[in-house]
Design a protein around this ligand. Sequence first.
Ligand SMILES: [Zn+2]
Length: 442
Amino acid sequence: MAKTEVDIIVEARYLLPMTDTEVISDAAMAVKDGLIVEVGKKEDILSRYEPKTLLGGNNRAVLPGFVNTHTHAAMVYFRGLADDLPLKQWLEEHIWPAESRMLSPEFCRDATELACLEMISSGVTLFNDMYFYEDASAEAIKKAGLRAVLGAGVLDFPTSIAQSTDEYIEKAEQFIKDWIGDELIMPSISPHAPYTCSPETYKKTIDISERYSIPVHTHLSETAWEVQEIKNRYGKTPIEHLESHGLLTERMIAAHVVWPTDREIEILAERGVSVSHCPESNLKLASGISPVYRMLKKGVHVSFGTDGAASNNDLDVLGEASLASKLQKAVAEDPTVLDAKTTLRMATCLGAEALGLSDITGTLEKGKSADFIVIDLDKPHLMPIYDIFSHIVYSARASDVCAVVVKGRVLMNDYEFKTLDKEEVFGKAKRWAMKIMEGQRV
Ligand SMILES: [Zn+2]
């Protein structure tokens, strides 16, 4: 019988579909026109399909790409610009002034290219962004070939982006109209935080999110300072404050949630709000440690975010997942919480679910988009292998990712970038850094 032609076959010693099927050993997956045609035993797949491109190999693990559910991609150009400071001082004295001097469509486009290069190299296939000039960032992401949810930021004070709340919202809505329906970019809307957006502003963004069936992405209950500030202004803690105005929805991705009360955890579960846990940013800015294990116990949907590279200082989701698992064990005084399988689900399929994209991506099964990564197991720190979930969460490093494919397009193979020119991206980063430094000295 003649073999069916497909675009890609990826071979794996272990294939983790992240569905009910736990692991397929000596596996392969066939891909055509950007979609997964079949997942199964290597022998079977190779006997029935003829690929144009063969990826993976005997000592490789294949799984869905990591999902970064909270970041500000273009902030990679501010990586390491100001460290070791409290959040408020860091934002008000360093990041916001640098942003007001530097931000432009060109800046965001070039910086997002670097962020994409970094995310590809660490196995991220989908990210949830909140920033400005998302149009320009979208261009860079399309070139890189990644999948992203992009939320135009909304604030209640004027910046170089907009003079009034209504202007931010008009711009955000225009961006949504321009990009809705794109095959890789999903627009969203991003009210920054309860201390920078009034309930009326939140209401407008929630209405837009409902109207276009898109996510709403915000920061929530990030620091003890925020909790006190919202109590002073509104007499309630941040989550109860939004709840009291009917502003919590299933479409909401709330980043951080470091300081929820027991009642607030129940509210998040009842409303179906997704939490993006960003442990490295929370640790570095000394914001605190989010009670993730308690939220999971109450049924809150939690995935991982890196936050921007200015507060992390990288975009490595696997690093966040591994750290989160160990931190929660210590905080809960229970080594069984956030076990390797749960943690890997949070870093992959649950991230896609939080963004409303689980029909398209997040698992490896027939009919889904071919969004996957290959991990090179041929490394001293990955020998021997008893449990592949344990290996990926506790032993592997983002730098072990050797191939990345999104929608059937190879973005990296054998550690080589296929869509972006590394030297060109680095050259732009160096030139922009010089301009940022000149501004710092003035
Ligand atoms: Zn953030």
